[in-house]
Design a protein around this ligand. Sequence first.
Ligand SMILES: C[S@@+](CC[C@H](N)C(=O)[O-])C[C@H]1O[C@@H](n2cnc3c(N)ncnc32)[C@H](O)[C@@H]1O
Length: 358
Amino acid sequence: MPDQLTKLAYQTLQQGKALFGITHKEVSTRLMGALAPDGAPRTVPVPAEMLNRLRAAMDQLHARDWQEAEEGLYPASLLFDAPWLDWAGRYPLVWLDLPLTWQRRQQRRVRDLPGGVDHSAYPDYYLQNFHHQTDGYLSEHSAALYDLQVELLFNGTAEPMRRRVIAPLRRGLEGFAHRGPSQIRVLDVATGTGRTLRQLRGALPEAQLLGLDLSTAYLRQANRWLGQLPGELPQLVQGNGEAMPFADRSVQAISCVFLMHELPAAARQNVIQECFRLLEPGGVLVLADSIQLADSPQFSTVMENFRRVFHEPYYRDYIGDDIEARLQTAGFTTVQAENHFMTRVWSARRPSEQPQAV
Ligand SMILES: C[S@@+](CC[C@H](N)C(=O)[O-])C[C@H]1O[C@@H](n2cnc3c(N)ncnc32)[C@H](O)[C@@H]1O
């Protein structure tokens, strides 16, 4: 069980990450204002009272993250899991990449993708520079910088927010407890560089893990991160979450983290329906994505600024969307939702089938 010294180390680490992220964003915003003022986004000032609420929500996230490790939902080592050396080496690349990002923003170029990409292999909505990222999701360069950029964006809370899928996912698997742990299959949809799978491997060391994403470059990065772990290597598959290459009822749990806000509404519904199809009756889907206007009106300015700073073409639609209704339309029941700092987590069950009366 984690001790008080470990707790202090965790809190100090998270404070350090937050300070680093805030300083990075402050310096880069000022630089952009000085060097590329035409492209600088016009953000809405965040009032002091909202900043205090944000700090409180962040503290609650860390408290929950610690508590669930203490309860044994996942090993405490996950709280410190980060490729520090790798990130230190890549941090200069984040700075070198920034002027390209500013240029694209200034010139409103949002479909600036690497030459040689076969556009017919991807849905049209995907072929964009989400977050103004160089190459969108379609290069090794983008995959190499992604995790570090997300850490900086969320002030070091990305992993604690991803870990919030573990508790509902484990609860959802209780109905399959009579099976051996290695008979359980868990799929992470839009796994990207596999950070959620890394958390899931810690929590479910014997389960069969699968990850799906449209980007082969991101899957290659995921393979690097996941290959460092003991145990079975998760199976990584390139594909579209709207039509996944897996059999009906073939998995017992599905996670899907930070995908919904990057999809147009119809694709959001298609992915949810695909998840329903893949789940065995009694199985659980856990979605994690940005908070929304209906559940967090107190943070509406933060959501508005996110949309103004990053190229997130479907975010405005997403924050007003009714995900619970979408889950129910697909057939899910017992939908529950909770907020953790900037992330809302839904869990939904595919109902078990009643035996037919004879
Ligand atoms: C914001 S990232 C989130 C990645 C990862 N889940 C995480 O927590 O970092 C969105 C991911 O969704 C993937 N993606 C977007 N549209 C997709 C689709 N229709 N099918 C599968 N993956 C998709 C992208 O390639 C990218 O890796």
